[in-house]
Design a protein around this ligand. Structure first.
Ligand code: URA
Length: 251
């Protein structure tokens, strides 16, 4: 990445509402992180080396409200704005120890503006509440936080494209950094890919702990997948995954 491209990238993050970035120096000096205040982007700041990895997005004092305001009421940063009705930011307890991450809003979510309110959402609610109750963990769905990788409904519910995930993923990352839950549950391959940067399928990733930054991530099946007939084994496995997460967070 040359300096002009890097500058463009930094401006891109500033447009997303990210005021400060921490970038790691090239591998030769692993101990030193470089703080790049975004205010310097237009002032010819000393930019990090071309091999520096972007980003570690954690604006001081970031809140869900600020993130939602940065997204705005009529976000046009990617093509998903063209077909959406409502931006679906997320819902639940902002101080929750547990965040569930899905793929993107479907038709019901797009109409109502809240995540997981359709059929897959009903299943997710049942899974959370029944498992918690069976395991003697006193939580209900409103006690956790639920959001998606992309905040606008992809047309025909198609899988979000890499650029859409990159753009909207920055807001997801800020949500996660603002909440700093004890664990994240990534539901389905899009959430797993966004958080773990892997192309590995859910079948191989599920049931084990991974990390996003320093936060533990459990990967499991997406509830929509579990709604399909003949997925009994996957359902059983998803329940096992959820049990693990709930005990990890609430024991
Ligand atoms: N599927 C998702 O991934 N997210 C929702 O909010 C609803 C369905």
């Amino acid at each position: 990445m040359n300096t002009a491209q890097l500058r463009e990238k930094l401006e891109f993050y500033r447009d997303l509402g990210v005021d400060e970035l921490y970038v790691r120096r090239a591998i030769s000096s692993p101990a030193s992180d470089v703080h790049v205040p975004q205010g310097n982007v237009n002032q010819g700041a000393a930019l990090p080396s071309a091999s520096a990895a972007l980003p570690s997005l954690a604006p001081e004092g970031d809140t869900l409200l600020k993130i939602q305001q940065d997204i705005g009421d009529d976000c046009r940063r990617c093509r998903l704005c063209e077909g959406r009705s409502k931006i679906v930011f997320g819902s639940g307890n902002e101080q929750s120890g547990l965040v569930f991450v899905g793929e993107g809003p479907g038709a019901d979510e797009d109409a109502q503006g809240f995540p997981f309110v359709g059929r897959a959402g009903q299943l997710l609610t049942q899974m959370i509440e029944n498992t918690a109750s069976k395991e003697g963990i006193p939580i209900r769905r409103p006690d956790v936080y639920i959001c998606n990788v992309v905040k606008c409904r992809p047309p025909e519910n198609r899988t979000p494209q890499p650029d859409e995930m990159e753009i909207c993923g920055q807001f997801l990352f800020r949500q996660l950094m603002a909440i700093r839950p004890k664990a994240i549950c990534a539901m389905g391959s899009t959430a797993a890919k966004a958080l773990l940067g892997t192309k590995e399928g859910v079948t191989r990733l599920r049931g084990k702990w991974h990390k996003w930054r320093d936060l533990p991530v459990m990967v499991t099946y997406h509830p929509s997948y579990l709604l399909r007939p003949y997925n009994q084994d996957a359902k059983r496995e998803a329940w096992e995954d959820l049990k693990k997460v709930l005990h990890f967070v609430y024991d």
